[in-house]
Design a protein. Structure first.
Length: 74
């Protein structure tokens, strides 16, 4: 993962599904934080998540994760 740089953003925990996951979300899998860099739409409302590390994860329509999402405070 890239080094953190202060940006005036606030990190919040959000529950994500295949419909709400976004690029930049950080999902912890097996104790490792994984940042989503790309999303590929699959049939039956599933999505394939591509992580910064090069790993892939298929997220089905009913899968739920807690993700860390950066929100800018204006």
């Amino acid at each position: 993962m890239k080094r953190w740089k202060p940006s005036g953003a606030v990190a919040t925990n959000v529950e994500v599904t295949s419909a709400t996951v976004q690029r930049g979300d950080v999902i912890q899998i097996g104790g490792q934080p994984c940042r989503v860099i790309d999303l590929i739409q699959l049939p039956a409302s599933a999505k394939r998540l591509c992580f910064e590390s090069g790993e892939l994860l298929t997220m089905h329509a009913r899968t739920r994760f807690i993700a860390l999402r950066m929100r800018r405070n204006w």
